[in-house]
Design a protein around this ligand. Sequence first.
Ligand code: F0G
Length: 454
Amino acid sequence: MKTEAFQQCIIPYCGKKYSIKEVRTACDCGELLDVKYEGYFPKSLQEIFRERRRHRGNIFNESGVWRYREFINFVSMDTENYNDYCQKLASIDGAEGRTKPFHLTKVAEYVGVRTENFLLQFEGDTPTGSFKDNGMATAITHAKMVGAKKVVCASTGNTSSSASAFTANELDMEALILVGEGKIAKDKLAQTLAYGAKVVQIKGDFDDAMTMVKELGKERDTYIVNSLNPFRLEGQKTIMYRVLDYLNWKVPEWIVLPGGNLGNTSAFGKAFMELYNLGWIKKRPRIAVVNAAGASTLYELYNEKELRWNNGNPDNDIVDEYYLELDRKGLKARTRASAIEILKPVNLTKALRTLEFTDGVVTRVPDEDILDSMAMISRNGFGCDPASAATVAGVKRLVEEGEIEKDETVVGILTGHMLKDFKSVVDYHFDPKNRFANTPLTVENNLEAILKIL
Ligand code: F0G
């Protein structure tokens, strides 16, 4: 099965189209771009997707990204011809996106939703330990398609790890990474270095690094893999395909996720818009985006300044004024959830579109709640990073506020692995003042003392 694809400005009254082979991260009018498809997507594909889970050694069926290749077919592959797609697609041995939603009883109890209605999908369970591998599979596929050799990104650590692993896995690509010095967990920095990327630390934070990357993108021969690249977001749509696939295409009431650069928020919304327009789903889930309190631009713009998508006419003056004020006051993002320590999310406009389409909500949670939630998730035997735990802290808050009802089905996305930010885990558990701290006990080196404490 083949599909035609093109790029198009997200703003309806502009709607300018570009070839799929153009490398750009914005329309001439300055707004973001979507990847669009013309093709035939019969509902019988659901059966094919399910059948591919029994992959029989085909890594592109094993891959939770490429299993849904008909929906992300911008390379115009013949989806039934292994030799064709095998040559065109980027993958780390089919290991990206092998996730599915599951029940966590103790966390359900903690947030106050019925266990049978509460699911989490652990996107840290991927080759480089974060959801970014979903998007990097498609971004690097597009980079291959256009013959790019030098991949560049700004990062709080996960994009960089993923970009450097995927480029290392290609024969003729290299990665250049810009990070804020001291602004990325050492674990993620180490990972990025180990995969062989060239890392430049700037004296600034993620927002500063992102500004620089946009400038670098204007240079010839650099290919940006941050989430303003529309091809990145195509891969991240598959996170939602897996949720639906494993729920037999029954749409949950809520999808809850952390918000940083708002790539996932945008990608998830696009996935649902496309499925809705195709008639695959009749209901829209409500998307809840959770900001860390110290990096809550979306929360403030959406809830306090009432910024809306407004049929593709968002009031950009509100945003400009807000950013000017941040700059005037010299305000910087500040949270222990360093992965989402972002004040100027590049996908803001797309996220507004998602919120409108899904009647979404935005909440924010303090670091204390994030870290308690992280500890609670681990008590269920799963280890995520602080940004992921914002999801659970957000569900708890929305339940307490009566926004999410106890009987509604809630699917939360955990975006990164515990080992991505080990210091946060150690700091939490070695401080007995923390609510769920599991501090080690120290005793004399004799059996009596050990037995006494047991
Ligand atoms: N969770 C984790 C673990 C992340 O690494 C990120 C973003 C987010 C959530 C936020 O996702 O941007 O789609 O809203 N990390 C980026 C990075 C910024 O550079 O690794 P988003």
